[in-house]
Design a protein around this ligand. Structure first.
Ligand SMILES: [Zn+2]
Length: 673
């Protein structure tokens, strides 16, 4: 019988999502393991090629966790490319569809030939250069950015809309609090007229008084009476709010989507603004700001944008004290960033009542130049930038606010946003969006403060040696001091000539089957380097496995793991854990709870050692075959404010393996005696 294998250990668990996205090859077996994961089970059930057993195994937790071993006994999953999940509009059912053709039977050679001939020899027959506005006396190239723009985070709206699994109310709240902590004063929280979750989230923020005094929430709405009415309703009782209305003006929309002309779309904009004005007047307890977005500004005739925007401004009737926001989105990035800057400068110079207007930009990253477009737009007169952390958002994403902010910082301008613990922000973002941040992402990627090349390492080492505290930063190859983001610089050491491109980690994988996460590779390579330096000899693969054992697996004190037990609440999915261990020659019971086994174990250990333990990173894989299969888990933790440290655990049970890894990390951190 055909079945799919999946293990579902916790709602929104990264492991789960990862596995579902890389839908397993058939045939395999499925276990739905928790009561709280009906949606993923629906995905599997709707997969037409498989007969899926969606029986719930969870009620009895013993079965629940022992069933996790099935994962290992059936071996690693094979991933097939080209499958994705799609969410249907009712937000409940998921469809797993196969996008690409089945695996090609032909040889690689013939595949390569086909793909070679797919791209057009003359792409100008299909694509034309985008012609922007003519602005021969442009001023923006002479400007510098001397202060940060007004930042607006649309992580909870634009970013959220583009997620495979949009955020729940609780996840939204988690991210909202993080955005506030970073320092955002304007946060677009959703699309209340289009999403029940967004409506409820808006109400919750207002009714539970969760919006700080200096933070203004913003919501999006289309130019339709009923939707505006519902949106205004969702904001009743708020101290302040930005009502953000948009309508498409661009030629392609007029022609293809709406079958109307310029007058038609202009009428929609003006009518919508009028409705917003009337309906917000009925909620006078809210201090309203109006934001208008002419959709796909970047591809609309600029004079027409100005005509509509001028008319919208007249209706709203702002003042220099009470401005209107005109947001000019590069909904799709059309050309080099200077063309966008020209468009922004043209508007900045030609729009009526400029002193009553906040010009906002909203660049997307289709050409990979959204950051440049935003920076040039600010030089061209924009006052405000909308975007998302780490560039999340539709397709290639919105402009990345982390990069923008830290680019400013690296030029000596404080961005007004605080990324003092960039790893924490990255981890939270990855958990909330279920999307990884690229290892080479500016400032935040795990490899961006790592040097691989010997000549770079040498220059950096010399740079650090002469760099004095409280003087201008001059270390070569590092645009900013990693310490400012609570990170550190690492050099990856290659052990010997034979170790090939992966160095230490390559040898370790060959020898012991261990696949170290990147940052652990870095941590461990310095351990090996020390051994190599002290013995003066070449380190062999067998030595590397032994050193790894001594450095990680063999560390089992001060806390020595003995056993652990989990229970999960059916309704809240809270997990409670009890760990039995040896500590200072006594048997101790360590207990705690959390929103998953690892979270619960981290809380339990934090309480036991009376110091906060934060899990920054988590990786797991299996080693061995058949009945010898074990799970190996790597957790990167930060104990209080110490340096991040890895712990490694292995066990036949995947969760036990994770708990052992956590305890290993705490033991290795030196934070407990
Ligand atoms: Zn957008």
């Amino acid at each position: 019988m055909k079945t799919i294998l999946a293990i579902i250990c916790h709602r929104h668990s990264p492991i789960l999502t990862n596995m579902l996205i890389k839908a397993p090859a058939l045939p395999a077996r499925v276990f739905g393991v928790s009561a709280g994961v009906t949606a993923p089970l629906e995905i599997l059930a709707s997969y037409p090629e498989a007969s899926v057993q969606t029986s719930r195994i969870s009620q009895n937790r013993k079965t629940h966790y022992s069933s996790t071993q099935e994962l290992h006994s059936s071996g690693p999953l094979e991933c097939l490319p080209g499958r994705r999940f799609q969410r249907t509009p009712n937000n409940r059912t998921y469809i797993l569809e196969r996008r690409s053709k089945p695996r090609c039977q032909n040889s690689n050679l013939s595949q390569a030939k086909t793909s070679e001939s797919i791209m057009l020899a003359n792409p100008s027959t299909k694509y034309q250069r985008f012609v922007g506005v003519s602005l021969p006396d442009r001023q923006w190239p002479n400007h510098h950015i001397e202060k940060p723009p007004i930042w607006m985070s649309t992580d909870l709206r634009d970013g959220n809309q583009a997620l495979i699994d949009p955020m729940s109310v609780q996840t939204k709240l988690r991210m909202f609090k993080e955005l506030v902590a970073i320092g955002f004063k304007e946060i677009e929280i959703g699309f209340p007229s289009a999403s029940e979750i967004d409506y409820n989230f808006t109400r919750m923020l207002i009714e539970e008084n969760l919006i700080p005094d200096d933070v203004t929430i913003e919501v999006l709405v289309q130019a339709r009476y009923d939707l505006i009415e519902k949106t205004v309703q969702s904001l009743r009782g708020a101290r302040r709010a930005i009502l953000h209305m948009y309508n498409p003006l661009a030629p392609a929309f007029r022609k293809i989507v709406y079958n109307t002309d310029k007058e038609g779309v202009k009428k929609i904009a003006l009518q919508g603004t009028q409705w917003c004005k009337e309906l917000t007047a009925q909620a006078p307890e809210v201090d309203w700001t109006f934001q208008y977005s002419p959709e796909v500004f970047s591809s609309t005739e600029i004079e027409f944008v100005k005509e509509v925007c001028d008319a919208v401004v007249e209706i709203w009737n702002p003042s220099p004290q009470k401005k209107i926001i005109l947001n000019l989105p590069a909904t799709v990035e059309m050309n080099t960033p200077n063309t966008y800057a020209d468009q922004i400068e043209w508007i900045h110079r030609n729009i009526h009542r400029r002193d009553s207007i906040v010009i906002s930009v909203h660049p997307h990253n289709d050409r990979g130049t959204a950051v440049a477009a935003a920076e040039l737009a600010v030089m061209a007169g924009a006052d405000r930038v909308e975007g998302c952390l780490f560039g999340n958002g539709e397709r290639t994403g919105n402009v990345d606010l982390v990069t923008l902010a830290l680019n400013l910082y690296s030029q000596g301008v404080h961005p007004g946003l605080d990324f003092s613990d960039i790893d924490k922000v990255r981890k939270l973002h990855e958990e909330c969006t279920q999307l990884p941040v690229h290892p080479r992402h500016p400032y935040a990627g795990e490899l961006v403060f790592t040097a691989f090349s010997g000549s770079h390492q040498d220059a950096i080492k010399k740079g650090f040696a002469v760099q004095k505290k409280d003087t201008l930063w001059e270390v070569p190859y590092l645009p900013i001091d990693p310490a400012d983001l609570n990170r550190s610089y690492d050099a990856v050491v290659r052990v010997n000539a034979q170790s090939g491109k992966g160095g230490v980690s390559f040898l370790l994988q060959q020898e012991a089957g261990l696949q170290l996460p990147r940052r652990l590779q870095i941590e461990f390579s310095s351990v090996v380097q020390k051994v190599s330096d002290s013995t003066g000899k070449e380190v062999k693969a067998s030595d590397i496995a032994r050193i790894f054992n001594e450095e990680y697996f063999a560390v089992n004190s001060p806390i020595t793991y003995q056993s652990s037990k989990f229970t999960e609440q059916d309704d809240t999915h809270q997990v409670d854990i009890v760990i039995h261990a040896q500590h200072q020659n006594k048997t101790v019971e360590i207990s705690g709870s959390g929103n998953g086994p690892i979270d619960a174990a981290a809380h339990a250990i934090s309480q036991f050692i009376d110091t906060e333990v934060n899990v920054i990173d988590y990786h797991e894989h299996s080693v061995g075959e058949g009945s010898d299969v074990v799970a190996v888990t790597y957790v990167e933790i930060k104990v209080k404010n110490g340096k991040p440290v890895y712990g490694v655990g292995q066990d036949r049970n995947i969760i036990t393996s994770a708990v052992k890894a956590l305890i290993n990390g705490v033991n290795r951190s030196g934070a407990v005696s």
